[in-house]
Design a protein around this ligand. Structure first.
Ligand code: NAD
Length: 495
C-alpha cells in the first residue's frame, strides 16, 4: 500500500509484540474509492482475544500502581507522536475510511492528539473527596481503576474513537484491549506501534482487529474484562449487554442516533444552511450525531430549502485524497447498498426525493462506494424519518409552533444529538432543555471537545465519554471510614 508514508502495520498487538493470529486468518481491508484491496491484516479470534486479555490482566497491577503523573506523561508523549505523524495518519485514515483528507487532516487527527493530551493532563488531577459525615469519623472516597477495559469501536471515526476510549481508561490506571472494526483497522494498528514507541509498558494497550461475532463477542463475555466501552449500533449494544452478564462487567454504550436539527423562523438562514449541511454531509453522514432530520418552520421552509438544495447539489464528490474533495465514498460497499436501499424505502413510503437519491454519474467514481447528498421530504412517522440511515441522507419536515418542534424533535427512540437555529435567546435555552438528547448545539452543530461530556439517552445508549464524566466511567468509588475519636456505642460489649 502506498501513499501513507510507510509500510502498514498488519499484525495483532498483544503484550508488546506484533504477532500473527493463532489460526492464521486474515481480513481483507478495502479501499472504498474503488473497492481494491488495501491491506490484509491478521484476524483475531477468540483465542487471540484471550491472549490479549491475559496480557492486559498481567500488566494491570504495575500500571495501576504507577504514579499518575507518569501515566499522564506517556499519554502526552502519545499526543506528540500522533502530531508528529499527523500527515501519515490522516492519509491512512482517509484511504481506509473514505473520509476526505481535508477532514481527517483538519479534524480527526488533531482531535485524536487533543484527546490524548487532555487525558494525559488529567491523569494526576483525579481527586477523591472527603464527605462530611458524623463527628468523630473521617470518610474519604478514592477513585480506583476497574481493571481490564475492553474497547470496541466502529468504522466511522476509527482513529479518533481509539483516543476517546483509551484516553480516560489509561489515565486512570486501567489496561486495555481494543478491538477496531473489521472494516477499518489500519489507523488503530499504526497507533499500536506509536504506543510501543513512546514507551507504554507491554500489555497496557493491546489491539486485536477481528469480526464482531467472534472477537468482539469474546471480549464482551470474557470473565477477566471489567468493563466494555462500546461505540456502535444499538442492535450490537444489546448483544454486548447480554454478553456482559457472564461476570456483570460494567458497560458503556455509545449507540445510534437520529438527530433533529431545527430551524426556527427567526434563524440566520445562511448560517443555518451551512451548519445543517455540515450536520448531515460531513463524513458522508456516517456519524451517530448527524443532523439527519431537518425540522423547518413553515414560514421559512421553502426559502431555506432553495439554498440548502443548491448547496447539497454543489458538494464536490471525489477521490478522498484529493484536497478539493468535500465528500468521499461511504466506507464499504455493503454500507453504500444499505444507504441506497433507504431511497427505495422512501419512495415506497410516498416520500419526495428533493435531490440526490443515487450514486453519482461520474465514471471515475463508478467502482467506489459513493452516494449523492440526498434530501427527502418525508412523513415524520415514516421509516426513513425514524431509522438511522447513517449516510448522506436527510429528511425534511415542517412545523408551526415551538411545542410542535419539541414534539417532533423528541419523536424517535434515540436521544443523542440535536441542534437548533434561532436568534431568540430565551427560546434557545427553552428548547435545549426540552430536547431529549445527550448533546444540544445552538446555532451550530456537531461540536465536540475532550472536556465536554459525549453520549446519549434512550436507544442511543448510556454513559458518557470525555471530560470528568469519562473519568468516573473508568473508575470505581471506594469509600473509606476512619474512626478518629468517636465513642462507639457498646453494641455487643459485655461486662
Ligand atoms: P456495529 O455495531 O456493527 O459495529 C461496531 C463494533 O462492534 C465493530 O467493531 C464490530 O466488529 C463490533 N461488533 C459487532 N458485533 C459484535 C458482537 N456481537 N459483540 C461484540 N462486538 C461486536 O456498528 P457499525 O455499523 O460498525 O457502526 C455504525 C453504528 O455505530 C451506527 O449505529 C452509529 O450510530 C454508531 N455510532 C455511535 C456513536 C456514538 O458515540 N453514539 C459514534 C459512532 C457510531
Amino acid at each position: 500500500m502506498t501513499g501513507t508514508g510507510g509500510a502498514v502495520a498488519t499484525k495483532l498487538s498483544i503484550g508488546g509484540d506484533f504477532v500473527d493470529a493463532l489460526a492464521g486468518g486474515t481480513i481483507e481491508v478495502l479501499d472504498p474509492h474503488d473497492c481494491s484491496v488495501l491491506a490484509e491484516v491478521a484476524e483475531a479470534r477468540a483465542e487471540d482475544v484471550d491472549r490479549a486479555v491475559a496480557a492486559a490482566h498481567a500488566a494491570f497491577p504495575a500500571w495501576a500502581a504507577m504514579p499518575a503523573a507518569e501515566r499522564g506523561r506517556l499519554l502526552l508523549r502519545l499526543a506528540d507522536a500522533v502530531e508528529a505523524h499527523a500527515d501519515e495518519l490522516a492519509h491512512l485514515e482517509t484511504r481506509d475510511t473514505g473520509h476526505p483528507l481535508r477532514d481527517t487532516a483538519a479534524l480527526d487527527v488533531p482531535r485524536t492528539a487533543a484527546t490524548f493530551r487532555y487525558f494525559g493532563g488529567m491523569a494526576d488531577k483525579v481527586e477523591g473527596a472527603v464527605i462530611p459525615v458524623e463527628r468523630g469519623f473521617l470518610n474519604y472516597v478514592e477513585r480506583e481503576p476497574l481493571g481490564v477495559v475492553g474497547a470496541i469501536v466502529p468504522w466511522n471515526f476509527p482513529l479518533m474513537f481509539c483516543s476517546w476510549k483509551l484516553g480516560p481508561a489509561l489515565a486512570t490506571g486501567n489496561t486495555t484491549v481494543l478491538k477496531p472494526a473489521e472494516l477499518t483497522p489500519l489507523s488503530s494498528l499504526r497507533l499500536a506501534e506509536l504506543i510501543a514507541e513512546v514507551g507504554f509498558p507491554p500489555g497496557v494497550v493491546n489491539v486485536v482487529p477481528g469480526y464482531g461475532p467472534t472477537a468482539g463477542q469474546r471480549l464482551a463475555e470474557h470473565p477477566d474484562v471489567a468493563k466494555i466501552a462500546f461505540t456502535g449500533s444499538t442492535a450490537t449494544g444489546r448483544r454486548i449487554v447480554e454478553a456482559s452478564a457472564t461476570n456483570l462487567k460494567r458497560v458503556q454504550l455509545e449507540l445510534g442516533g437520529k438527530g433533529a436539527n431545527v430551524v426556527f423562523a427567526d434563524a440566520d438562514l445562511d448560517a443555518a444552511r451551512n451548519g445543517s449541511a455540515f450536520a448531515i454531509f460531513h463524513n458522508q453522514g456516517q456519524a451517530c450525531i448527524a443532523g439527519s432530520r431537518l425540522l423547518l418552520h413553515e414560514d421559512v421552509a421553502e426559502e431555506f430549502l432553495d439554498g440548502f438544495l443548491e448547496l447539497a447539489r454543489s458538494i464536490r464528490l471525489g477521490h478522498p485524497l484529493d484536497l478539493s474533495t468535500e465528500m468521499g465514498p461511504l466506507t464499504s460497499p455493503m454500507h453504500r447498498d444499505r444507504v441506497l436501499s433507504y431511497v427505495k424505502v422512501a419512495l415506497d413510503e410516498g416520500a419526495e426525493i428533493l435531490t440526490g437519491g443515487g450514486s453519482p454519474d461520474d465514471p471515475r467514481l463508478a467502482q467506489g462506494c459513493y452516494v449523492e447528498p440526498t434530501v427527502v421530504r418525508a412523513d415524520p412517522a415514516s421509516r426513513v424519518a425514524q431509522e438511522e440511515v447513517f449516510g448522506p441522507f436527510v429528511t425534511v419536515t415542517t412545523f408551526r409552533t415551538d411545542a410542535e418542534a419539541v414534539a417532533l424533535a423528541n419523536a424517535t427512540e434515540y436521544g443523542l444529538g440535536a441542534g437548533l437555529w434561532t436568534r431568540d435567546l430565551s427560546r434557545a435555552h427553552r428548547m435545549a432543555r426540552a430536547f431529549r438528547a445527550g448533546m444540544v448545539w445552538i446555532n451550530s452543530y456537531k461540536r465536540v471537545n475532550p472536556g465536554s461530556p459525549f453520549g446519549g439517552t434512550g436507544q442511543s445508549g448510556y454513559g458518557r465519554e470525555m471530560g470528568f464524566e469519562a473519568v468516573h466511567e473508568a473508575t470505581e468509588a471506594k469509600s473509606v471510614w476512619v474512626n478518629v475519636d468517636a465513642d462507639l456505642p457498646p453494641f455487643y460489649r459485655r461486662g
